[in-house]
Design a protein around this ligand. Sequence first.
Ligand SMILES: [Zn+2]
Length: 720
Amino acid sequence: MKTLLATASALALLTFSAVEAAEMKTAAANPLLAPWTGPYGGVPAFDKVKVADLQPALEAAMAQQLVAIEQIANDPATPNFANTIAALERSGRALERVSTVYGVYSSTLNDEAVQAVEREIEPKLAAFSDQITQNPKLFERIAKVYDARATSGLTPEQERLTWVYYTNFVRAGAKLDAAAKKRTAEINQELATLFTTFGQNVLKDENEGVIYVDKEADLAGLPQGVRDAMAEGAAGRGQKGKWAIANTRSSIEPFLTYSDNRALREKAWRMFVNRGDNGDATDNNATITRILQLRAERAALLGFPTHAHWRLENTMAKTPERAMELMEAVWTPAVARVKEEVADMQQIADSEKAGIKIEPWDYRYYAEKVRKAKYDLDETEITPYMQLENLREGMFYMAKELFGFHFKPVDAAKVPVYHPDVRVWEVTDPQGALVGLWYFDPYARKGKRSGAWMNAYRNQERFDGDVKTIVSNNSNFVKGKPGEPVLISWEDATTLFHEFGHALHGLSSNVNYPSVSGTSVARDYVEFPSQVLEHWLSTPEILNKYALHYQTGKPIPAALVAKIEAAEKFNEGFKTVEYLSSALIDMKLHLAGNTKIDADKFERETLASMGMPAEIVMRHRTPQFNHVFSGDGYSAGYYSYLWSDTLTADAWEAFTEAGGPWDKAVAKRLRDNVFSVGNTIDPADAYRQFRGRDPGIDALMRKRGFPVPAPKTAAPAATK
Ligand SMILES: [Zn+2]
């Protein structure tokens, strides 16, 4: 039931049924509907995908699942776990497979044809989902199993899964009267269309926005790697001999960091921060107003004061108030730190007689100068040691030491991929038994959404046969020249470890049911396993062995590592404020209630009232905030990264208080209680079992170099 529960799963050993007969018939006509075959319990047949098959496959798979749902809902037998919850877990396998392929195309191979499918299918998927959650007979059965859960001999995992189903159905409106159900379904369909519009507009601005540089003199300050990538970018757009500043984060941020050309920095910055906000065909402001109105109306129908209250109900934070309390506790010291950072930068600008006041397009550039002056640390000194492929090997080493996982490349002929840049590894445990597959899609390309992410093509499960997971990591590294090593920044390396943390969370999964497997956990908990693994990048074991100079092969010098460590908390004011301003705006927009919101005005006025430093812009301004407006997933949920980071900082201290980062006992506790349990247990309980107590905010403040507050401050303690 991936569509409802946001999980993936796999083909199971079913008895032959009418549904399967239908499945086999349609599969012959449309290969996307066929069960995955081949090694590793079957793999996605990316070599057989035709975009034209996507929509008919999705529609046929939805129809199949509705047949299965009707069978479950109309089962004459008394409802029990096996014939209701387990039966639901077993339903919709074809749709999960097709959705996986559709998701890959939508996020990494998005072109006009895929966008046309998105526009058609998204409202239909929303309607389909409502058709299931609004099925009264089905909900009645789920409710009966739920009511009897404590006395019907369920395992704790089965009881939790039953709770997950019941809660999700109620949250989707299963208890509403017919009129309210109808309106909820209408809202969901309109939202699905608006989310698609929003995301496609941002992608269009990112794809089409570009600044060409035609004089080499205008590249002053840029490292060779950045110049090469810009030259490749221009050549790829038919402008050989020029240099392109593309309108994506991976292109803009290095430019803002190194370019000596202030006017060009400002121009690039303006292009980037105005994505979706140019008053043209791709302007997202009206879409945002409508999305917010519909969300508020839906929350009211479902009995919640605001969309934020509805969204947070099933998270670890539970209420917007608790999330706000944490954010506000961090906001004030972060803003104070920004003032110090700006003063340092202004001093350098003044000493250079630059005759400027620090503006947002100066921040990254002068921060680099301060870093050099204060810590004698120059990012460009680090980059030659940051070879993508070596760091990937470093991640594998970490996975072996902490989790006992071994990675081995899969012969390209054995497992089809959707793009030649994608590679696949098999993952085994210390006994050589298969754990799962890891797909790696590292490079930016046109039609791939920006940023970095993990997803599961198939979740681990065991209730109907031993199904191994398939996970993928996706990022947007600039490929550079053919045959040359790809060098990445320290920040990108951190992101690499972060996303790999999500992948390990998926790979560690050891549960029975797919809907509670792997990373299918609360939104504000899911970033904890990924963030915690970021810490291993800076361990000497990784740096000395894997951070090797791309020309000399020599490991990164100890003196440079010492400088990196000394500068660890550098620029934390900027990073925290850039992130937290986005998280606060997200939450405040969704607490604002059923009013007609002008996003531009709301953003401007709210930031002013919060005391937003003029030198920083939100990491994601409202008109390009894909987390929040291209789906419901992270709406009123961008705070999750900070919430999870409280756990992360505290969990890292569990290692440093014990034998250090490679302490086997702590690693085992982390794996047993956090990485392997999925959503089979309340996250607050899971954390307490790992740590022996609830987390506090102190470790987070230490990690960011902010003053540790006096006792009694917001912290994600248990509220169960
Ligand atoms: Zn993440």
